[in-house]
Structure formats: structure tokens, C-alpha cells
Design a protein around this ligand. Structure first.
Ligand SMILES: *Cc1c(COP(=O)(O)O)cnc(C)c1O
Length: 230
């Protein structure tokens, strides 16, 4: 049995090692602790261990954790977002990681009281089970967002295929980085697009090697609420 603080230490060490291999500085990498599968007490432990960014994928989770933690954290909405739920999400989170269609952008534009930091979710691996914009459509999609002044494109987000095949995980992350470079070089004022949100419990080391600036880590930090693995 290990504590949240011990697990975080271990993860930070792995991030440091990956940065060293890639010639990067660990300060370029922000850990978002994904607390969607645990209760507010475990979220508190994460905050007490020094993490300041929390990720949730449902409104109920936000309700529960924000009541317990509030302004002690920066909030990341990481799940797919239905248009009818936008109004309950946008004005209470700092980042939305799952912008993947024009209709969602329109709804954010309508409901947000100020510009929202968004990540465009890209389906780099092309798996039909995954949401996200096709890589070849991403630049055009970002260009069309210029008319929505409540949307700011902080960066791109992807999920790697669920596989043991390191080469295909790596090429997914690398593909996102290349796309990020392409979009940020467009110089669009509303789309600095400097961030790369990629890497989860099983693959964050590879993601960091490939340039991740935000890793979204759930189970490796918080474990499971019950039947905890040690
Ligand atoms: C659940 C989730 C994570 C964290 O996954 P772990 O495997 O628990 O680290 C990261 N990103 C998204 C979009 C998720 O839904």
C-alpha cells in the first residue's frame, strides 16, 4: 500500500527521467491529477501532496470536488462534452480538453462569460472508438474558430491507442506534436496552441519524451476508491 504522496513522488521521478532522456526541463510538464474515479477525500490528498491541477470528466464529479476544494485547484474538464451540458461546465473550469466539433464551439461561444482555454481533441490514431477531429482537418477547424471570441486554443489533446505496442503509442504522440507545431506557426492570435495534453497512467513517460506539456494521470496517482492495488 502506498500513499498518494509516495505515488506522486515516483511519477515525478519518472517525468524527470523522461525529460532528461529528451533534453527537456521538468518545469515544462504539468501534472493534471484525474480524480474522476475517486471521492473528494482522495482529491484533497492530491492537493495536500502539492498538485494544483485536477481533471474531471462529469458534472457530478465537478460538483462534488469543487464543493470540497474550490479555488485551491485549477480545473480541467477532460471528458467528451455534450452540447447541452456546456452551460453547466464552461464557467467553472479553467480548461476544456475535448473541443472536437463546430457545434460544441458554438455552444461554448454562447454560454461562456469570458474566453475559455480549450484543447482541440485530435484522433491521431484513427481508431473508430475514439472521438476527436481528424489530423488532416485540424488546422482548418482551428481557423474557423476565429469567429468565436470566447474560445482560446491553448493546445491540442489526444489519447494513445490502448496497446502494448510502444511504437504506435509514440507515433500517435509525435503526430500530435507535429500538428501542434504546424498550428502554432499559423500565428493566429486566438490560438497560441503551445500546449500538448497527452499521456496517461500507462504511457506518460513516452508522452513526455515526445513533448507533452500536460499529462493527465488518474489511477497511477489516486489508485481506485475501493479494492486498492498496492
Ligand atoms: C480517465 C482519463 C485519464 C486518466 O486515465 P488513467 O489511465 O487513470 O491515468 C486521462 N485522460 C482522459 C481523457 C481520461 O478520460
Amino acid at each position: 500500500m502506498s500513499t498518494v504522496a509516495e505515488r506522486l513522488n515516483h511519477i515525478q521521478q519518472q517525468i524527470n527521467d523522461a525529460c532528461k532522456r529528451a533534453g527537456r526541463s521538468p518545469e515544462e510538464v504539468t501534472v493534471v491529477a484525474v480524480t474522476k474515479s475517486v471521492g473528494p477525500e482522495r482529491s484533497r490528498e492530491v492537493i495536500e501532496a502539492g498538485v494544483r491541477h485536477l481533471g474531471e470528466n462529469r458534472i457530478e464529479g465537478l460538483d462534488q470536488k469543487q464543493a470540497a476544494i474550490g479555488h485551491d485547484a485549477h480545473w480541467h474538464f477532460i471528458g467528451s462534452l455534450q452540447s447541452r451540458k456546456v452551460r453547466d461546465v464552461v464557467n467553472r473550469v479553467d480548461y476544456v480538453h475535448s473541443l472536437d466539433r463546430v457545434s460544441l464551439a458554438k455552444e461554448i461561444q454562447k454560454r461562456a462569460e469570458q474566453p475559455v482555454n480549450c484543447f482541440v481533441q485530435v484522433n491521431v490514431s484513427g481508431e473508430t472508438s475514439k472521438s476527436g477531429i481528424r489530423p488532416e482537418d485540424t488546422a482548418e477547424f482551428v481557423r474557423t474558430l476565429g469567429e468565436y471570441d470566447h474560445i482560446r486554443i491553448a493546445g491540442l489533446m489526444t489519447m494513445a491507442p490502448n496497446t502494448e505496442d510502444e511504437a504506435s503509442i509514440r507515433s500517435t504522440f509525435r503526430g500530435l506534436r507535429e500538428l501542434r507545431d504546424e498550428i502554432s506557426s499559423l500565428g493566429l492570435p486566438y490560438a497560441p496552441c503551445t500546449e500538448l495534453s497527452m499521456g496517461m497512467s500507462n504511457d506518460f513517460g513516452i508522452a513526455v519524451e515526445e513533448g507533452a506539456t500536460i499529462v493527465r494521470i488518474g489511477t497511477a496517482i489516486v489508485g481506485y476508491e475501493s479494492g486498492e492495488r498496492s
